[in-house]
Design a protein around this ligand. Sequence first.
Ligand code: 7PJ
Length: 276
Amino acid sequence: MHHIDFSKKPLIMGVVNVTPDSFSDGGEFLSVDSALQQARKLMDEGADIIDIGGESTRPGSQSVDAEEELRRISPLLDALVTEAIPISVDTSKPEVMQYAIKVGAAMINDVNALRAPGALEVVAASKTISVCLMHMQGKPEDMQNNPRYEDIVDDVHHFLKGRIQAAVAQGIAFERIVIDPGFGFGKTLQHNLSLLRRLDQFNRLGVPVLVGISRKSMLGMITGNPVDQRIHESVAAALIALINGATIVRVHDVKATKDALAVYTAIQEKEYRLAN
Ligand code: 7PJ
């Protein structure tokens, strides 16, 4: 299995969905072959991690059972773990986590932050796999139904701190943990914008921050563009996230993101290195 080196930043996580109702690729990558092709394309474009998911968490979506989720992702996962890239599995289900760990995934990416009964235990039993703990208010079925916070950044920070503590108490090493404020998961546009503006606050928790804004409706609310035409705003959001302290960006458009990041990393190089 691959280990993810979080000190090498920024890291680009490329998204491959195998769900018939996925919001941004609309079932385009349902077959294993086309999902594999999409994964290889993202790897060629320079993704550092591939994230695969078999359950849509778009607002209003219904959950599927573990058996169906495994049926969707296991052929793809089995094929991808043999490739020279760390694989992340986007799941909230302990049964799926267990399978991902068994076949050698590098990360569990849980939008539910290991709150399902048994999830903490399954991840703790692996001594190596990384885990992304994401904030979500409510459940996908109802999360966009009037989300409320006292202070969005403080509330999300408090939640993530609690989940890091729960994970560490269970025996998951601090070094294996990544956090994510969960853009679009029980948040209004203003909540999302505040999180992005004040993203650096999350670095106080001492673990890498992952951000997923790619193609999300918050961007469509700003530009008016439909989901299949949100590359520019997605790239802008990814770049802002990195400037404001993110280590990993989860994106659909790897090449465009990579090219934009190259400009940012170039200006960070020391001047003498440019002279040499
Ligand atoms: C996210 C995710 C996110 C993390 C999804 C979509 C919806 N995992 N899974 N962060 N979003 N960690 O791809 O737009 O923001 S599913």
